[in-house]
Design a protein around this ligand. Sequence first.
Ligand code: ZN
Length: 202
Amino acid sequence: MKILCVGRNYTEHAKELGNAVPESPVIFSKPDTALIKNNEPFYLPDFSNDVHHEVELVIRINKMGKQIQEKFARNYFNEIGLGIDFTARDLQLNLKEKGLPWELAKAFDGSAPLGNFIPADEIDLRDIAFSLTKNGNTVQSGHTSQMIFSFEKIVSFVSQYFTLKVGDLIYTGTPAGVGKVNIGDKLEGFIGDKLMLSCEVK
Ligand code: ZN
């Protein structure tokens, strides 16, 4: 399986990092070694002093496809979950300045905690509220109405370049409010008021 991620899919987040709002999705990937499952802890890597949380809705692909038209894209994913796209912001800024790829800052071990999923046909995809708390305080909250690129648009776009396979995951971008995590922090992610993910930073 592969993990694809969308950068800058929420206008307010693009602005908070000083980025322009993109005309087409910004895409990067993470290897499967980035995943953390079953609410296991995240170990802060020693190559960064500024690892940020980015809470994101995640869709799971349930049908193989390539060059998928947007109008058929909904047939290719069946579950929505919540994940965190941990980002070594100091490393990323350094790489961005040099025009280099982001992988070292985005795709390291443990950079993709993944929580529970709910069936996509049980919720209105245009009306999903989600949030992240850090030590009990809400630090990020987003809503699918704020997405620049819809789930269908993202599936269609990435499938022009990558064949999607069953089990592939797409992290669909983070809303504003990203920030640094420290050892001892407890992160909890919610869809609506339902707890979907928890992750302790060690
Ligand atoms: Zn992200």
